[in-house]
Design a protein around this ligand. Sequence first.
Ligand code: PLP
Length: 365
Amino acid sequence: MIPLNDFRREPEELVQRQLEAMERVLRSGWYILGREVESFEERWAAECQTAQCIGVANGMDAIEIGLRALGIREGDEVITTPLTAFASVLAIIRAGATPVLADVNPATGLLDRSSVERCLSERTRAVLLVHLYGRVDDLEGWSDWCRARGIWFVEDCAQSHGASWQGRPAGSWGAFGAYSFYPTKNLGTCGDGGALVTSNAVLAARARVLRNYGQSERYHHPVLGLNSRLDELHAGILSARLPYLADFTLRRRAVAAAYRGRFVNPLVTCLAPGADPLNEVHHLFVVRCAERDRLQRHLAASGVGTLVHYPIPVHHQEPCRDLRRDPAGLVEAERFAADCLSLPCHPFLRDDEVAQVCEAINAFS
Ligand SMILES: *Cc1c(COP(=O)(O)O)cnc(C)c1O
């Protein structure tokens, strides 16, 4: 079976560099908030073209900390998508705010602006854009649109490491960008990790306090924070992996281009390609099919592993059934949940496996 991800195929040279990083941390005798974290924060901020990067424990905390650092709190509303990892919405709730759900564009799966418009209220403080499947769209437009309405534009970049819009990276357009380094993400560690990127110095300073129990200087706690630090070990591993990200992204693009070029089955539809190849980093390659479950069984029988991102939209999750949403409904997100399917698309996929996926897709009838 061709799996969705296969970390055992990482190049031996990369494995060695990660082992060296681990040994360096172990022998340094310093494990929390030290030189490795500082050095990775510098590298990732440079990569994202932001003034600052704040390493945190995971992607969900990065969103919560970012929202809290902006002063968003109880009674405030944050508009986002129901077609996302549950963590996007849970982070808004953990920050004390209220998520409001808008519908998605059927061609891309990304938030639809007219639906977001219908969700606005006097309490709206921010729009959390999720760069789903590794794709960014019209970040300049979103940034202007939010600014004109006096609300924050913030980015969930957990799936979009390396994606850019008009030459500027994901995470640099909003008040902050929240990254996850969960193992399956385009840049991942062998455990949990996350980061917030921003060029707003006040926001960055608040985030540094929030990630460390709300501690301003040693033993002084002016606010109630979290224990959410990226640790030295994961920072070292991420610094070892970062130089490989660009090549891994190129391979993902090549796999996606092969799929788009070679799928000729009218029953299976690819998402619309991005305006520019640089807008997409193909965290997932998603197709749509009216008989999704049957396609999934067919592919499994042909040796192709798949997953569904995401089978249950957020508003159908038990704790979220009463969330306010677009009065026109969330029809497109529900359709996506019913008919989307993620195919293997990772940097270590071999050409013969790409061919096998294409044959299996084209043989579905
Ligand atoms: C993975 C993911 C998250 C959460 O990241 P964690 O590091 O697992 O907390 C948030 N949003 C999206 C879109 C994700 O894919």
